[in-house]
Ligand binder design. Structure first.
Ligand code: ARG
Length: 464
């Protein structure tokens, strides 16, 4: 039996087959948990000493050893051994190599089952706070972009057909709202992640006088798990993190899609900075919005990671099963994808150029004022449905003549309805926008208020 395997020898008389060792090993990816694992172990050792389960001196030796191992790992000096399965056993074996038999006392009143649950929860709490930070940054970029293009009008779309004019800022702030809900979802997920599982042992709790309150306080947990069987087998928080990130990615993907459309010659509302676009290997004139496309594309892998963990969890009997080891790769992949996607998206939006004239022109060209013409007739006393029919006929006429609504002379307008008078000329894109002055509407006054509100939210920190 190999030296390294002795830690896990138990009842076994011989080593697992090489292929089985490779198959079951996770250290290639769970090594990312080394800081959390060491922090958990140090606190655990201190708690054991405080409770008289080990001596102060033993705890001190263990702690010093673990701190030194952390240094080694950080300087790339520790060689991880897949024979030792995972990060937990690699660290424990190294500790034994450093401090001898006393290392064996660290695993008193603990199992890898509560240990790994602790490590992922600690890791996820950090991942959530960096996601929150990046989401706030993206909100800031959106608000800055909205503010510096405050006067810009564009067509609003339904069915991707020009519908009614809107402020460009209003359109951007729609994404601010989505991200605000995402922040709320992460904060909510954080509540259920912020639960200490350590002290649950393998599944049934531990037969030692452990102080879980001390562990929770020292490790920064707001709550303590109340059922050991649930605690070692629960990965709901991973599912939630994946699900929340899926929703974030869905939002980013929608914005990415719009930016891709807007940067096409057909729209030409925006242009990506050279630093955030790529060329074509064959067509020298091309400037491709690959960054936005990849954000849209990477949404697929994050959705896949959610499906992965949901499927792993389905049908698992209580309590710990090795299937749970499959929670990590997809989780780390989602953490990394979200971080890079948000960083690159921030940069792309910050450097993007907006063409206000093109956007405004598109809003003007498109009979987008037809609803305003109908509303005009309503204000003169006509029921909306009649007004709608009249203006429908008017648009049909204007299209046949190749005219804009503002180019039809008054007498022709009056032949459609005698209610049309000179003041119809006051209806233009800006008037249309500003008429929508209800809460949440696109009028400049409302958008200005929303910008103030957005800044307040950003400055207010994270309010759950
Ligand atoms: N590497 C394992 C995991 O990630 C750690 C827990 C192992 N526990 C066990 N009973 N084999 O799930």
């Amino acid at each position: 039996m190999s030296e390294s395997k002795k830690l896990l020898r138990g009842r076994f008389r011989k080593d697992a087959a090489r292929l089985v060792k490779q198959f079951t090993a996770s250290v290639d990816y769970d090594r990312r948990l080394y800081r959390q694992d060491i922090a958990g172990s140090i606190t655990h050792a201190r708690m054991l000493a405080k409770q008289g389960i080990i001596t102060d001196e033993e705890a001190e030796t263990i702690t010093t050893g673990l701190v030194a191992i952390r240094e080694e790992i950080e300087h790339g000096l520790l060689e991880f051994d897949s024979e030792l399965e995972d990060i937990h056993m690699n660290i424990e074996a190294r500790l034994a190599g450093k401090i001898g038999d006393v290392a064996g006392k660290l695993h008193t009143a603990r199992s890898r089952n509560d240990q790994v649950a602790l490590d992922i929860r600690l890791y996820m709490k950090d991942a959530i706070s960096s996601a929150l930070h990046r989401l706030r940054e993206l909100q800031t970029v959106l608000v800055d972009l909205a503010e510096s293009n405050r006067e810009v009008v564009m067509p609003g779309y339904t069915h991707l057909q020009r519908a009614q004019p809107v402020m460009f800022a209003h359109h951007l702030l729609a994404y601010f709202e989505m991200l605000e809900r995402d922040i709320g979802r992460f904060l909510d997920c954080l509540k259920r992640t912020d639960v200490l599982p350590l002290g649950s042992g393998a599944l049934a709790g531990v037969p030692y006088p452990v102080d879980r309150t001390f562990l929770a306080q020292e490790l920064g947990f707001g709550h303590i798990s109340q059922n050991s069987m649930d605690a070692v087998s629960d990965r709901d928080f991973v599912v939630e993190y994946q699900a929340v990130t899926c929703i974030v990615m869905m939002h980013l993907s929608r914005l990415a899609e719009e930016l891709i459309l807007w940067s096409s010659a057909e729209f030409a509302f925006v242009e990506m900075n050279d630093a955030y676009a790529t060329g074509s290997s064959i067509m020298p004139q091309k400037k491709n919005p690959d960054v936005a496309e990849l954000v849209r594309g990477k949404t697929g892998r994050v959705y896949g990671n959610l499906m992965g963990i949901l499927t792993v969890m389905k049908g698992l009997p209580l309590t710990y099963n090795r299937d749970l080891q499959e929670d990590k790769e997809g989780f780390f992949d989602t953490v990394d994808t979200l971080a890079v996607v948000l960083d690159v998206f921030n940069g792309m939006l910050r450097t993007m150029r907006v063409f206000p004239d093109r956007a405004e022109q598109a809003a003007k060209e498109s009979y987008a004022l037809a609803t305003d013409f109908a509303d005009y007739l309503v204000r003169k006393g006509l029921p909306f449905r009649q007004a709608y029919t009249i203006v429908g006929g008017l648009v049909d006429h204007a299209m046949a003549e190749g005219l804009g609504l503002d180019e039809i002379d008054i007498s022709t307008l009056r032949s459609f309805s005698p209610l049309f008078e000179e003041d119809i000329r006051r209806i233009d894109t800006m008037a249309s926008v500003n008429a929508r002055n209800c809460i949440g509407g696109t009028a400049s006054e409302q958008v200005a208020a929303q910008l103030v509100r957005a800044r307040d939210i950003i400055e207010g920190g994270y309010v759950d």
